[in-house]
Ligand binder design. Structure first.
Ligand code: CA
Length: 231
C-alpha cells in the first residue's frame, strides 16, 4: 500500500505533536503546520489525501480555510473543534468538511476516522454500477468516469462527498438507501453519530440540485430510514 499523506493544521503544539505522532505510527506520511496561511501554501504545493484542520487558528477562521481548500483541491477535510456543540453549528453552516471531531478526542478514534477517509476511493466503484458509466434519469446525468453531474446538460459543481452520495442513489433509482448504507458506501464507516453528517451533506446536495433547476428525479427523504431517488 502506498503511503498516504496527511496535513495537520493545528496551532497548539501539544495537540499538533500528538496528532502527528499517532498518524505516523499508523504508517502515514504526515506534514504539520500551525496557521491557515501555511495550510493553503502546503495544499497548493502538494495536495495531501487528508487535512486534519483545527477550527481555531491564529490567523484565520478554520471554516474559511476549509472552504478555500475545498475550492482548490479534492482532499478530505477532518475538522477539529474545541467543543462538541460546535460540530452541529458547523454542519449547519455547510462548511464542507467531510468529518468533525470535538476536543478532547481519543487518538485511536482520530486514526480510525482518517483511515476510514483514506479507504474511500478517489475514483469510486464500490456501488454496483451499470456497465455504462453514465446514469441518465430524466433531467439528471451522473457520470462516474468524469465524476460530473449534469442537469439538462449543464454541469453542477458538487463536492466529492456530494457526488458520491448522488452516485449511490442514482445507481439504484427508486430504491430506499438507508443512512447507514450510505455511511458504509460513501464514508466507509459504521461510525455512529455520523448519521447527522449524511443528513447535512444530503441537504447541501439537494440545495445545489434545486439551484441547478432539477425538478426530476428528486431526492425523497424516507423519514427515519434514508433516501431514494424518484423520477
Ligand atoms: Ca487552535
Amino acid at each position: 500500500m502506498s503511503e498516504h499523506s496527511v496535513l495537520v493544521v493545528e496551532d497548539t503544539e501539544e495537540i499538533r505533536e500528538l496528532v502527528c505522532t499517532v498518524l505516523r505510527r499508523a504508517g502515514m506520511h504526515v506534514r504539520a503546520v500551525a496557521s491557515g496561511a501555511q495550510a493553503l501554501t502546503e495544499v497548493r504545493r502538494a495536495v495531501p489525501d487528508v487535512v486534519v484542520l483545527d477550527l481555531g487558528l491564529p490567523d484565520a477562521d478554520g471554516t474559511e480555510v476549509c472552504r478555500q481548500i475545498r475550492a482548490e483541491s479534492e482532499c478530505y477535510v477532518l475538522m477539529l473543534t474545541a467543543r462538541a456543540e460546535e460540530v452541529d453549528l458547523l454542519i449547519g453552516l455547510a462548511v464542507g468538511a467531510d468529518g468533525y471531531m470535538a476536543k478532547p478526542f481519543s487518538p485511536r478514534e482520530l486514526v480510525a476516522r482518517v483511515q476510514a477517509m483514506l479507504r474511500r476511493p478517489r475514483v469510486p466503484a464500490p456501488v454496483p454500477a451499470p456497465a455504462e458509466s453514465v446514469v441518465r434519469l430524466a433531467e439528471l446525468e451522473v457520470d462516474e468516469d468524469s465524476r460530473e453531474v449534469r442537469v439538462d446538460g449543464a454541469v453542477v459543481d458538487l463536492t466529492r462527498t456530494e457526488f458520491d452520495l448522488l452516485a449511490a442513489l442514482a445507481s439504484r433509482p427508486g430504491r430506499v438507501l438507508q443512512r447507514e448504507t450510505l455511511l458504509r458506501e460513501v464514508w466507509r464507516t459504521d461510525w455512529e453519530g455520523s448519521v447527522r453528517l449524511v443528513e447535512a451533506h444530503m441537504s447541501n446536495l439537494r440545495r445545489k440540485l434545486q439551484a441547478a433547476g432539477l425538478s426530476s428525479p428528486e431526492i425523497r427523504t424516507v423519514r427515519g430510514v434514508g433516501y431514494r431517488l424518484v423520477s
